[in-house]
Structure formats: structure tokens, C-alpha cells
Design a protein around this ligand. Structure first.
Ligand code: BES
Ligand code: MN
Ligand code: ZN
Length: 487
């Protein structure tokens, strides 16, 4: 699909579909009013016929006979007081999806400028269009039954080619994350994750290290390897490095939980636990790989280490027994009182490894707890950090990207429930506040580097069609990470 800006004035545009954004309860802008006049009142008529109010996400369409615009598409922008880049993403997606349904081959889009910022406006619209049109048909034997848009032109945004390019690069990372998360555990395994990492690193000329089981043993990664030991598939500890040409402005590490399947282990997930969704338990790693792809194309003046300790959590005669004691690579011992709290074990060794790289900050993303989903629901990830500056940077990136975050407390007292009589700690504490104690567990594996933990168990997946997130894997985290790295 061709996505371009055009200098053609609204009154002169012609093509299959023209999408016009309208605010709730507002008059038509002067150029839309002029177009309405030219079209003999077709816009006003559609607004009246469809009782179109301009509510966010609402749409209306009609055919205009004998006009250079074959179909008129209206897209609601919501209230003008609440207008922001997120509203642009939503309307970009709504316009593109409607145009596809209406079988428009060419689409013109006219949406208002946000904050007089043409670059941010363009980026947001293009993200909405790209993400909204995405459809995963890899596992269908028949192709998508809907139409296909050949070309989209953005009106009133002449000169914004770079913003289109930037948005498309970021979206290519989101698509990778969505594909990795949506593919089931018989397609995405530790081995294929390593292959994917190698392919990206080769494509963009990035450094990559894949530590095999023996390498991890040498580093003393007993926590990660304990989780991996029941699987028939080999664990892969993946480390990709993006480096800038000159001196980096900052060095950071991004760690993604990479459980390609989480059965729970011997504390196996029972009926109603959502075990069939546990292919998504590498959502953190998916976002991490997606961020690699985006950042490798955007080429910022920073150094970024992308890390994931990838494995399955399975059962077999080799599985960890509940009660086993594992030793992590920093020497701390862990009494495994629940084999289903495996993510924190893999992350413990990844955090110790990341800190040794001497980075300025570490951010981990993990589908870590059901408790976080109970607390914040499906749309919001939890953020834990002992470091206010890093937390604020992430909250700002969240605001910009529209990927929602909510800061949660690091309530040290809750660590008491993880004290062990026999080892340094247990891997799970009290059920109440389970997302907090999980974060406190991770904190034991970071000594002095600024660190933040994002529990993304909710937002990596959406059952319902949700604006530009479609339904299924959302690719949550990629746009947030990109905004943070660029900041
Ligand atoms: N991968 C799960 C968390 C999860 C649950 C992600 C639901 C997405 C949706 C994690 O490994 C897990 O099993 N956590 C346990 C922790 C408990 C044993 C302390 C949980 O949340 O129940
Ligand atoms: Mn688990
Ligand atoms: Zn898990």
C-alpha cells in the first residue's frame, strides 16, 4: 500500500473514498463547508441521515453519484477539547477500516492538525492507519475476504514524508511483536525465537549473542535453567545490541520475558486458568524484538541492549519439584514454592546479566502476573520502579504513544511473605498484592542500576476489536519503548 502526502486542496481531490474527520458538536470547518457546497450539500445530508454526531470512533458513509469522489466517509473525532494524537490514531484507523470495507482502492484522508504539529499529526494518523488495517492471515487457508486499499493520500500534510517513514518503521516493529505473540507455541519456540533474532540482527547489521544452555550454566544461571529443564526444547538466552556510530547519548537495556509457553510446571494451570492463552507469555520478548526492528531502522544516537531468556515452562520427569532450591547467577538462592511463578526466575538471571553490561537504565517487560490484570484490566500495564526519574520518563513515553501505564507501589513490607526458612527467598508470596511482590522479587536482582518493571500481562492481548489494536495480539510495548529510547 502506497502512503503519501498530497498538496492537492480538499476541493480538488478526486478518488474512490474521501475520509473527513469531524469534531463532536462542532460546525463544519470552512474548507469542509466549501466542499459540502461543491457537492450540493452531500456532507450535510449524510450527517443528518446517519444522525452522525462526531463521537470518537463513529463513522458514516455514502456514495456520491456523478462526483469525482466516489464515496464520502465521515469519521468522528470526539470532543475538540479532548483532541490529542490518540484521537488521530483512532480516526486514522477508523477511516482506513471503513475504506477497506467500502472497497475503496484509493483513499484521501483529511484530519485536523494537533497542536500545530504536522509531524506528530502525520505520525499518529499513519500509525492508526497501519495498525488498524493489520490482519494476521498466516494461519488461514483462505485469504482476507475484505478489499485492499492500494493508495492513501494525506491531505494538508505536505512535506511530512519523514513522519510517514518513521511511523511505518515503528509499525513494522509492532507487526513483528503481534506476529510473535499471536503464533502458538508449536510455531514460536525458543529455537524459532533465536532464529528470528538472528534474522533481524543480520538484516540490520546488529551484534547478536545467543547463549546456549552450556553458556548459561557457566554463568551460573540456575534460576533460568531451572525453569527450562523440563522442556524438550533447548533454552536460548538472546542478546542483541544496537550501537550508534558515534558516542551514545545513553546506554540502556530492555529485557522481555520470553516464555513461549507457560503450562505452570508441576503447579500446572488448571481449568479456567487460561492455559490455552499461554502462548502470549513471550509478550515481553515480542515487544523487545519489535523494538529491535523499529530502532534498527530509526537509528537513534543511543546504545540499546535487547535481552530475553527464552524457554518453555513444561512438565516432565526432569521438571523442578515444588520445594526445590535454585541458585541464580548473583548467588542468591530461591525456594520454589510455586513452579508457575517462573517468569521472575528467568528475569532474575536476565537482570543480573544486564546489569553487568554497565548500562544507565534497565527496563523489563513481562506478562508476569494475573494479579496485575485483576488490578488494572486489559488496557493498562503496571509500572514499578524505585527510580522516579526513570518512572517519569516511561510515563511520558506512555502519554505520547497512547500505550497506557499506571505506576504501582514498591511496598517493601510485602517482601516479608517471600522470606524462606531454608533459602534466601521463596519465589512467591501472599496472593494479595501478588503483582507487587513479583516486582519486589525482581528488585532483588538489580543492585544499583536505574530499573523499571512493566507488567504487561493485560495489554499484550485483546479479545475484542479495539480501535487500531484490532483483536488478538496488540504488539503492546513497542511504541512505548521506541518513544522512551528516543527521549
Ligand atoms: N504467565 C503467568 C501470568 C499471566 C496470567 C499472564 C494471566 C497472562 C495472563 C505467570 O507466569 C503466572 O503464572 N503467574 C502466577 C503467579 C502466581 C503463581 C504467584 C499467577 O499470576 O497466577
Ligand atoms: Mn506461570
Ligand atoms: Zn508465565
Amino acid at each position: 500500500m502506497n502512503l503519501t502526502v498530497t498538496g492537492t486542496p480538499l476541493l480538488e481531490w478526486s478518488g474512490d473514498g474521501l475520509a473527513i474527520g469531524l469534531f463532536e458538536g462542532a460546525e463544519l470547518s470552512s474548507d469542509v463547508a466549501a466542499l459540502d457546497q461543491k457537492l450540493s450539500g452531500a456532507i450535510a445530508e449524510l450527517i443528518a441521515d446517519a444522525e452522525f454526531k462526531g463521537k470518537s470512533g463513529s463513522t458514516a458513509s455514502t456514495r456520491i453519484a456523478g462526483s469525482p469522489i466516489r464515496k464520502l466517509l465521515l469519521v468522528g473525532l470526539g470532543k475538540s477539547e479532548a483532541f490529542n494524537p490518540e484521537a488521530l490514531r483512532r480516526s486514522g484507523a477508523a477511516a482506513a477500516k471503513l475504506a477497506k470495507r467500502e472497497r475503496c482502492k484509493t483513499l484521501g484522508v483529511t484530519l485536523p492538525l494537533w497542536n500545530d504539529d504536522a509531524a506528530v499529526t502525520t505520525q499518529a494518523i499513519v500509525e492508526g492507519i497501519e495498525l488498524g488495517l493489520y490482519k494476521d492471515v498466516r494461519f488461514k487457508s483462505e485469504p482476507d475476504e475484505n478489499g485492499k486499499i492500494d493508495a492513501i493520500e494525506l491531505l494538508g500534510l505536505a512535506g511530512q514524508e519523514a513522519a510517514i517513514e518513521k511511523a511505518r518503521q515503528i509499525c513494522s516493529g509492532v507487526f513483528l511483536a503481534r506476529e510473535l505473540v499471536a503464533a502458538p507455541a508449536n510455531y514460536v519456540t525458543p529455537v524459532t525465537m533465536a532464529e528470528t533474532a538472528l534474522a533481524i540482527a543480520n538484516e540490520y547489521g546488529l551484534e547478536i549473542q545467543i547463549l546456549e544452555k552450556e553458556d548459561c550454566e557457566k554463568l551460573g544461571m540456575g534460576a533460568f535453567l531451572g525453569v527450562a529443564q523440563a522442556s524438550d526444547l533447548p533454552p536460548k538466552f538472546i542478546h542483541i545490541t544496537y550501537k550508534t556510530q558515534g558516542t551514545p547519548r545513553k546506554k540502556v537495556a530492555i529485557i522481555g520475558k520470553g516464555l513461549t509457553f507457560d503450562s505452570g510446571g508441576l503447579n500446572i494451570k488448571g481449568a479456567g486458568s487460561g492455559i490455552e492463552m499461554m502462548k502470549t507469555d513471550m509478550g515481553g520478548a515480542g515487544a523487545t524484538f519489535g523494538a529491535v526492528k523499529a530502532i534498527a531502522q530509526l537509528k537513534p544516537d543511543v546504545e540499546v541492549h535487547f535481552i530475553s531468556a527464552v524457554t518453555e515452562n513444561m512438565i516432565s520427569g526432569r521438571a523442578i519439584h515444588p520445594g526445590d532450591i535454585l541458585t541464580a547467577s548473583n548467588g542468591k538462592t530461591i525456594e520454589i514454592n510455586n513452579t508457575d511463578a517462573e517468569g521472575r526466575l528467568t528475569l532474575a538471571d536476565a537482570l543480573v546479566y544486564a546489569e553487568k553490561l554497565g548500562v544507565d537504565a534497565i527496563v523489563d517487560l513481562a506478562t508476569l502476573t494475573g494479579a496485575c490484570v485483576i488490578a488494572l484490566g486489559d488496557n493498562i500495564a503496571g509500572l514499578w520502579s524505585p527510580n522516579d526519574e526513570l518512572a517519569d520518563q516511561l510515563l511520558k513515553a506512555s502519554e505520547q504513544s497512547g500505550e497506557k501505564l499506571w505506576r504501582m507501589p514498591m511496598e517493601e513490607k510485602y517482601f516479608e511473605s517471600m522470606k524462606s526458612g531454608i533459602a534466601d527467598m521463596k519465589n512467591t508470596g501472599a496472593r494479595a498484592g501478588g503483582a507487587i511482590s513479583a516486582a519486589l522479587f525482581l528488585k532483588q536482582y538489580v543492585k544499583e542500576t536505574a530499573w523499571a518493571h512493566l507488567d504487561v500481562a493485560g495489554p499484550v492481548w485483546t479479545d475484542k476489536e479495539n480501535g487500531y489494536n484490532g483483536s488478538g495480539a496488540t504488539g503492546y510495548g513497542v511504541r512505548l519503548l521506541v518513544d522512551w529510547v528516543l527521549s
